[in-house]
Ligand binder design. Structure first.
Ligand code: PHE
Length: 349
């Protein structure tokens, strides 16, 4: 009868090599050196062997025992050493690194920048107005009459005046969260004497219930350009140049007569549907057109509010929703996606 003791030693070596930690080492120790382990099993066989084999076999088992004990002791101190090294803050520079999660600009920031970028290449400067705006700038100055529905408490977030009881408090100081970026037209006209051309990006607020196409807060980009002989054809040319750059050179535009109290004449602008090139599909509800902005020629009342001579100056103005532009550009069908902070959505931009 012969036992392959070399094989046992080789196998133990391989298993110890692969052994990752002390817990696994304990399991191996029981397997080889434990009371019911392999070595004990071999020892137990000695008395049953023919007398002439006992001595030689016994000696080889003894040798195996010594080798195994030495191997286990070696592995144990190696694991101890590794533990100590990591406890001391040892860094194994050969390990692959962890990929950090990289942030990026929010899709609305990207699209807002893109819109402003196109207009600044057309000569517009960037201007900013406050989000907490006076009732005067948001409405009166823009020729929005007292009985206009947008002035209703259901359509505007009014802010409680800080010190309304103060003697001399005037209605002009009454504040609200601006419902559009148009009040910045007045501020821009006062700050940048014409000839001037600015775009105003920013947040606007309306107490709408959130659904696929409404949000109580969204973003607009306003534009206003004033000079002595600006015409409606300038407005068309600028907006067509914008649309072709934003949505592609094939894009067509359509101006529909409309009404805004602060522009005259006024128009709403549609672009040809990017999904069907104007043939009619589910995206454009079979019309072939998608509405993207409101615009018109600056109303004399606006010039007067800003202290300018309405006879001397002419201007064009437009305002568009950034969410709407982004939804059209990327085929996004729910505005809430922009605000839910779902990384799976945001990572696509
Ligand atoms: N302020 C308008 C809106 O929010 C858009 C607009 C801006 C229209 C400038 C004409 C000129 O709907």
């Amino acid at each position: 009868m012969s036992f392959d003791l070399t094989h046992i030693l080789d196998e133990a070596k391989a298993q110890l090599e692969a052994c990752p930690d002390k817990e696994a080492l304990g399991v191996l120790r029981v397997k080889y050196l434990g009371r019911k382990g392999l070595l004990q099993d071999l020892m137990g066989r000695i008395p049953g062997l023919p007398p002439e084999e006992r001595r030689g076999f016994g000696a080889r088992v003894n040798e195996l025992k010594k080798s195994l004990e030495a191997l286990f002791a070696g592995k144990e101190s190696a694991l101890d050493g590794a533990g100590e090294a990591s406890a001391k803050g040892f860094i194994d520079v050969t390990l692959p690194g962890k990929m950090p999660l990289l942030g990026r600009l929010h899709p609305l920031t990207q699209v807002g920048n893109e819109v402003c970028g196109i207009f600044s290449r057309l000569g517009f400067k960037i201007f900013q107005g406050p989000e907490a705006e006076t009732e005067f700038h948001n409405f009166e100055a823009l020729n929005i009459p007292l009985d206009h529905p947008s002035r209703d408490a259901f359509d505007t977030f009014y802010l409680r005046p800080f010190d309304a009881s103060r003697p001399g408090f005037s209605g002009q100081e009454k504040k609200l969260l601006r419902s559009h970026t148009s009040p910045a037209q007045i501020r821009a006209l006062k700050n940048c004497p014409p000839p001037m051309a600015v775009v105003v990006p920013g947040r606007v607020y309306r107490p709408d219930a959130a659904d696929a196409s409404h949000s109580f807060m969204f973003h607009q980009v306003e534009g206003i350009a004033v000079d002595k002989d600006i015409r409606f054809s300038d407005l068309k040319g600028i907006l067509i140049a914008f649309a072709k750059e934003m949505f592609g050179p094939e894009t067509r535009m359509r101006f529909r007569p409309s009404f805004f109290p602060f522009t005259e004449p006024s128009a709403e602008v549609d672009i040809s549907c990017f999904a069907c090139a104007g043939r009619g599909c589910s995206v454009c509800k079979k019309s072939g057109w998608l509405e993207i902005l409101g615009c018109g020629m600056v109303h004399p009342h606006v010039f007067k509010s800003a202290g300018l001579d309405a006879k001397k100056w002419r201007g064009l103005a437009f305002g568009m929703g950034v969410e709407r532009v982004a939804m059209l550009k990327y085929g996004i069908n729910d505005i809430r996606l922009f605000f839910e902070n779902d990384i799976r959505f945001l990572e696509q931009f």
